[in-house]
Ligand binder design. Structure first.
Ligand code: HEC
Ligand code: HEC
Length: 308
């Protein structure tokens, strides 16, 4: 993983170190180790399991539906392997979501532009990649659980997004974190930021000035200038180890994909924050909401033999 000092060196143009971990395979994401085509509804009342309605009766708890307390000690990736634990997590998790998450991510989990909170149903996890056998290709409930437990740039030492954020390319807007990493080094002029923004427009399929976008692409890939690829990958599809936005899909932008918003993102930087819930929720609530949120995301195509 490239650390800050490595990035600083890259910015100074002093050395070029291939950052292996940052270039981990970027892939179509899928939801679990096993290829799945199940819908969220099917998972609520899975084949072979006892059919459950949206509001299960009290006597269904136990044999068919785990009580929330039971989830406290079971790893989330194991909860989804059990019909009754999974069903219990979905019922409990939905309630936790409504109470603690909907205010920012929306009642329908589709995110909120005002809160800059991502859509949780798109299956494109900005922060993920812990599955060792697939090299991070397969997405797991534990990817979500870590984000919820520790938050994003929340101040918790285990938070997501601490290592890298979208620095301000105009040094006057840098926060302390970025001043510590990059000082006041200025690597791009306002015209170059404009060309970079044209390239980002082009990446998203929006109308762009071809000549400026071509120059922007050079800057994007230049480790002493834009150095954007270091965090967003060469193909600009984002790096789930860093939580950097996939710049090829405008529906995934948290701060706007129009020209002015892109220029502002590059000039002033962005530093999205989500609170940590590790101490605010009971252990079973934390697990239940992680399983619930994970289950609501669009199942992705089965794993494309990433290790072959
Ligand atoms: C105060 C607003 C706020 C609340 C409350 C909140 N979130 Fe978030 N959440 C955010 C923001 C903002 C981000 C994106 C941070 C960034 O990357 O810039 C985020 C990111 C996430 C992500 C990462 C998504 C991805 O693509 O990897 C998950 C998962 C998530 N939130 C789940 C939850 C859950 C579950 C709850 C409730 C327990 C919750 N959030 C409560 C604001 C919030
Ligand atoms: C040190 C890592 C890093 C570098 C270098 C970097 N970015 Fe980012 N970028 C991020 C992260 C992380 C985010 C997500 C910020 C957030 O969620 O608050 C982001 C977000 C963005 C956004 C906002 C997208 C949205 O969600 O609305 C744009 C646009 C962007 N980057 C473009 C660029 C360009 C162009 C460059 C090069 C000039 C660049 N980035 C360099 C890490 C980086």
């Amino acid at each position: 993983m490239g650390n800050s000092s490595v990035r600083k060196a890259l910015f100074a143009g002093a050395v070029f170190l291939p950052l292996a971990a940052c270039n981990q395979p970027q892939v179509s994401q899928n939801q679990s180790g096993a290829p799945t085509t199940q819908t969220a509804e099917a998972r609520q009342a899975p084949a072979g399991g006892h059919p459950l309605g949206a509001n299960p009766a009290e006597d269904e708890y136990g044999e068919f539906l785990a009580r929330a307390e039971e989830l406290a000690t079971v790893p989330v990736n194991d909860i989804i392997k059990s019909t009754r634990l999974n069903a219990g997590a979905l019922v409990a998790g939905k309630k936790v979501y409504a109470e603690h998450c909907a205010s920012c991510h929306g009642e329908d989990l589709k995110g909120s532009k005002a809160a800059h909170a991502p859509d949780l149903t798109d299956g494109d996890w900005r922060f993920s990649g812990d599955d060792f056998p697939s090299g991070g290709v397969n997405k797991l409930p534990s990817d979500v659980e870590w984000t919820v437990r520790y938050g994003v740039r929340s101040g918790n030492p285990n938070a997501r997004g601490v290592e890298a954020d979208m620095l301000a390319f105009d040094p006057q807007y840098r926060n302390q974190h970025d001043l510590d990493d990059y000082g006041r080094v200025k690597t791009v002029t306002p015209e170059e930021i404009n060309d970079l923004a044209e390239y980002v427009l082009q990446l998203t399929g929006q109308r762009a000035d071809a000549a400026k976008a071509a120059h922007g692409k050079e800057l994007f890939l230049d480790n002493a200038k834009g150095n954007c690829f270091d965090c967003h990958q060469e193909d600009a599809a984002g790096n789930p180890a860093l939580g950097s936005t996939n710049l090829t899909r405008k529906d995934l932008f948290l701060y706007g994909s129009d020209k002015a918003s892109i220029v502002e993102s590059i000039t002033k930087g962005r530093r999205g924050v989500m609170p940590d819930f590790g101490t605010k929720l009971k252990p079973e609530e934390l697990k239940a909401v992680s399983v619930y949120v994970f289950s609501q995301a669009a199942p992705q195509p089965p794993l494309q033999a990433a290790n072959q």
